[in-house]
Design a protein around this ligand. Structure first.
Ligand code: PLP
Length: 432
C-alpha cells in the first residue's frame, strides 16, 4: 500500500469520504500533497507533478513565491489576527480599488462563497427586490442562493438541503444577449449574476459582449450586475475581465488571487452600492442597510499576502507570461490530438486550457454547456490517471490553469506527458 493510500484509509475514518472538498474525492485515493514550490508539487509518495491546479487557481505567482512567503513569515511574528482593524488591509484595499476599474470600495470576506453570498444580499437590499437571475451552469460557490443553476442544463439544485423557497427566487438564463435582455426586462430582479469568463473559468466559452449586454439590460431595468471575478480577477488582466470587456459591474466578487493565495475573499463595488455596508449610513430604517460580519475578514496574515500579490500583478507582465504558456500548451495538445487521431480540442482564454473529447468544428460554439460540463466519468479517470502517472496534474477533470512561473521546460514536459497519455484515451471514449 502506498503512503497516500494509507492516508486515505485513515482519513475516511475521521472525515466524511476522507476529504474536505467534494472535488478532492478520487479512487483509489486522492493526491496527498506534502510540498509545493513554483510550478511543481510532490505527493506523499515522493512523486513530482507539474501543477496546473495551482491552489484552485489561487497561486498565480507560483507556490511559495519568495516575496509572499517572506511577507507571511514576517507577519506571522507580528500579528496573525487580533480581530481589530489593521493598517495592512487599508493598503491592500487601496491597491484593489486602483486596479479594478469598477471598484470604489471593497469589503473583505472569508471565502469566495461568502463573497457571492454578500453580493447577493447587498443587491437585494439595494434594489428592494428578492429575485436573482443567473447564467446556466456558472459557478458561484456552494451556498443555498447559488445552488439552483449551478449544474448546466438543470434547474434543480445539485444538492439536498436547499429550501424550495430559496431556489424559487432564482431564475436561469443561457448566456444569450437577447434572452438576458427580455428576462431582465421584467424588472423583477435584484441582480444578474455572471461568471466573468463563462462557466467554469471559460470551459463554456462566453463572448465578452455578453457582459456588455448583461450590464446594459440590468441597468435599463433597475437591476445590478454582479460580476463573479473569483477566477478571472487579476488573472485575465490586472483589472480582471471587466477591464478587457469595458464593463463596470455594480458589484465584483473576488477571492483566490486577491488574497495572495490565502483563504478569504472580497466584494468590491461602486461607492453608492457599497454604502449599504457603511455603519454611518441608514437605509430604510437599517443602520447599516446590510449586516455583514465574519471573524477573519481582512485578517492581517491574509492581507499581507494579498497586498504583495497585488504589487506582483499590477503591471500585467506575470499575466502575459502565464497566457503565453497556456497558449503554447493549447497549440501543443491540439497537435498531439491530430498526431494520435483523437477527435478533440484544447481551447481556452487567458491562462487557462480546457480539453474537449468529441466532434467539433474548430471551436466550442456549437457544443452545449451540459455536454461540456458532463464528461464521461471513465474518460475523466483515464485521463487523470494517465497524466498523473506521467507527472502532470490538471485543476479539474478537463480544465487547467497556468501561472507566472511555469516555463518552457514545463511546457515541453507537459506535452511529452500528453503524448504518452493520449493513446490510453480512445479505449475510455469507446466506453461512452
Ligand atoms: C467563479 C467562482 N465563484 C465562486 C467560487 C467559490 O469560491 P470559494 O471556493 O472560495 O468559496 C469559485 C471557486 O472556485 C469560483 O471559481
Amino acid at each position: 500500500m502506498t503512503r497516500s493510500n494509507d492516508l486515505f484509509q485513515q482519513a475516511r475514518q475521521t472525515m466524511p469520504g476522507g476529504i474536505s472538498h467534494r472535488y478532492r474525492w478520487r479512487l483509489p485515493n486522492p493526491l496527498y500533497v506534502t510540498r509545493a514550490q513554483g510550478a511543481h508539487k510532490w505527493d506523499a509518495d515522493g512523486n513530482r507533478y507539474i501543477d496546473y491546479k495551482m491552489g484552485a487557481a489561487s497561486q498565480m505567482m507560483g507556490h511559495c513565491h519568495p516575496e509572499i512567503t517572506a511577507a507571511l513569515q514576517a507577519q506571522a511574528g507580528e500579528a496573525i489576527f487580533a480581530a481589530d482593524c489593521n493598517p495592512i488591509e487599508v493598503d491592500w484595499s487601496r491597491k484593489i480599488c486602483d486596479m479594478v476599474p469598477s471598484v470604489d470600495q471593497v469589503r473583505f470576506t472569508a471565502s469566495g462563497t461568502e463573497s457571492t453570498m454578500l453580493a447577493i444580499r447587498i443587491a437585494r437590499a439595494f434594489t428592494g427586490r428578492d429575485r436573482i437571475l443567473r447564467v446556466d451552469g456558472h459557478y458561484h460557490g456552494w451556498h443555498d442562493h447559488v445552488m439552483k443553476g449551478a449544474k448546466a442544463g438543470s434547474d434543480v439544485p445539485p444538492s439536498l438541503g436547499v429550501p424550495d423557497a430559496i431556489a424559487a427566487l432564482t431564475d436561469i438564463c443561457p448566456p444569450d444577449a437577447a434572452l438576458l435582455n427580455s428576462m431582465l426586462g421584467s424588472g423583477k430582479y435584484a441582480a444578474v449574476l455572471v461568471e466573468a469568463s463563462g462557466a467554469n473559468y471559460g470551459a463554456v466559452p462566453m463572448a465578452q459582449e455578453i457582459l456588455t449586454a448583461a450590464q446594459s439590460a440590468a441597468h435599463a431595468n433597475g437591476s445590478l450586475l454582479i460580476l463573479d471575478e473569483i477566477i478571472t480577477g487579476f488573472r485575465w488582466s490586472p483589472g480582471g475581465r471587466q477591464a478587457l470587456a469595458g464593463v463596470t459591474p455594480d458589484l465584483t466578487t473576488m477571492a483566490k488571487i486577491v488574497t495572495g493565495g490565502m483563504p478569504g475573499g472580497a466584494v468590491g463595488g461602486t461607492a453608492k452600492v457599497m454604502a449599504m455596508l457603511d455603519p454611518s449610513v441608514t437605509t430604510r430604517g437599517h443602520t447599516p442597510g446590510v449586516l455583514h460580519q465574519g471573524t477573519f475578514n481582512g485578517a492581517p496574515i491574509v492581507a499581507v499576502a494579498g497586498s504583495v500579490m497585488m504589487d506582483l500583478l499590477a503591471d500585467g507582465s506575470a499575466q502575459a507570461h502565464a497566457d503565453r504558456i497556456a497558449a503554447d500548451i493549447r497549440a501543443g495538445v491540439n497537435a498531439l490530438f491530430a498526431k494520435h487521431g483523437i477527435e478533440g480540442l484544447c481551447y481556452g482564454e487567458s491562462s487557462t486550457f480546457h480539453l474537449w473529447f468529441g466532434p467539433h468544428n474548430g471551436s466550442m460554439n456549437d457544443i452545449s454547456a451540459s455536454a461540456i460540463r458532463s464528461p464521461v466519468p471513465k474518460l475523466v479517470t483515464a485521463l487523470q490517471d494517465a497524466l498523473n502517472r506521467n507527472g502532470v496534474d490538471l485543476m479539474s477533470a478537463m480544465s487547467a490553469v497556468t501561472s507566472a512561473v511555469h516555463n518552457d521546460d514545463d511546457v515541453a514536459d507537459t506535452l511529452a506527458a500528453f503524448d504518452r497519455a493520449l493513446p490510453e484515451i480512445p479505449a475510455a471514449l469507446e466506453a461512452r
